[in-house]
Design a binder for this molecule. Structure first.
Ligand SMILES: O=C(O)CCC(=O)C(=O)O
Ligand SMILES: [Fe+2]
Length: 325
């Protein structure tokens, strides 16, 4: 086990975030992921074309350009078809998800878990609050018809603690973010407010469709630090570090994965979704090594949530909260 150095751990504790360059081997972890997403996009394109929703399946285009063309023609981000999680409400028995082997391998990639172990210890649970985010260039991507705003633009300022249920307030949830493409400022990279993790849980207000935001009067953003990444680099965030992402003003898509881990036995904050034991130093045999079982847990959760018509939001904030008026 390599893990983080003392200096890296100190920086994480002091600043509330850490960037580790080249932690992931792109050829071993990221290329297989991209191949899987190419397959997802190809199937989606064929379905949409057969249904008359797009004029061409755009099979000749490379992934990024094909994704953008399809987003433009459908005016949909098509995010759910790629995601390895479920929406917060309105789950149907056939809500699309992609739970391929390369996604699972990324979740249990040993160098990643070694770094996670340095922060939260050797009993590691993969928290189900996780996403792939394929963010198209703003000038080309889908827009909300009523507001004219990009459907997947900049991510509002928030703390990840603010987007889970209060039962997880004492859980040591560590956020792990990495890009599969270059994520420079112009692509809409992540940005953080250093040391903001010391301020406790801040008020979040409803903002945009299904979104939340820490309002400017609650916390200033003038010390924001953008965190550009290249494929292989990994960003670690404390659960109370204020962060968001910039708009994608480039001509290229930005693909990123955000994962979370907490010590085994702690609340995940989204109990309706399945997590799994990613590593246990005490009971190594308990770690899940099989992507089919992982996927089956998600399909079972989807069937259950569709059956009970789950619609309870996974957050605690309302527009009448103090500070939101
Ligand atoms: O990738 C983004 O735009 C935002 C990601 C985020 O908020 C997170 O990973 O917690
Ligand atoms: Fe976040």
């Amino acid at each position: 086990m390599v893990g983080l150095t003392t200096a890296q751990l100190e920086q994480f504790d002091e600043e509330g975030y850490l960037v580790v360059a080249g932690l992931i081997d792109p050829a071993a972890v990221l290329d297989p992921l991209l191949r899987e997403y190419e397959g997802v996009l190809d199937r989606l394109a064929r379905q949409l074309h057969a249904a008359g929703h797009i004029t061409d399946p755009f099979s000749h285009l490379p992934f990024g350009e094909r994704f953008i063309q399809i987003e433009r023609e459908t005016n949909e981000t098509n995010a759910q078809s790629f995601d390895f999680s479920l929406p917060q409400g309105g789950v149907r028995p056939d809500t699309p998800m992609w739970l391929g082997p390369a996604v699972f391998r990324a979740l249990i990639h040993p160098p990643l878990l070694d770094a996670v172990q340095s922060v939260i210890g050797g009993e590691i649970y993969s928290n189900p609050v996780q996403h792939v985010r394929i963010k198209s260039p703003e000038r080309l991507g889908a827009r909300d018809e009523s507001t004219g705003r990009p459907k997947l633009g900049a991510t509002n300022w928030h703390q990840d603690n603010g987007v889970v249920l209060p039962v997880a307030d004492d859980s040591d949830i560590l956020t792990v973010w990495f890009s599969l493409t270059d994520a420079r400022e112009e692509h809409g990279c992540l940005q953080v407010i250093p040391r903001s993790h010391r301020s406790g849980l801040l008020v979040h207000c409803p903002a945009g469709p299904g979104g939340l935001e820490i309002p400017e009067r609650v916390a200033k953003r003038d010390r924001a630090v953008p965190l550009p990444t290249r494929p292989g680099d990994v960003i670690f965030l404390h659960k109370r570090t204020m962060h968001g992402s910039l708009p994608n003003v480039s001509d290229e898509i930005r693909i990123s994965l955000d994962l979370r881990y907490n010590p085994i036995g702690q609340e995940t904050g989204r109990g309706a979704f399945p997590g799994f034991i990613a590593r246990s130093r005490l009971r190594p045999d308990c770690a899940l090594g099989d992507d089919a079982t992982w996927a089956a847990h998600w399909y079972a959760a989807r069937a259950h949530l569709a059956e009970i018509r789950h619609s309870e939001p996974f957050n605690r904030w309302s527009a009448d909260a103090e500070g939101c008026a």
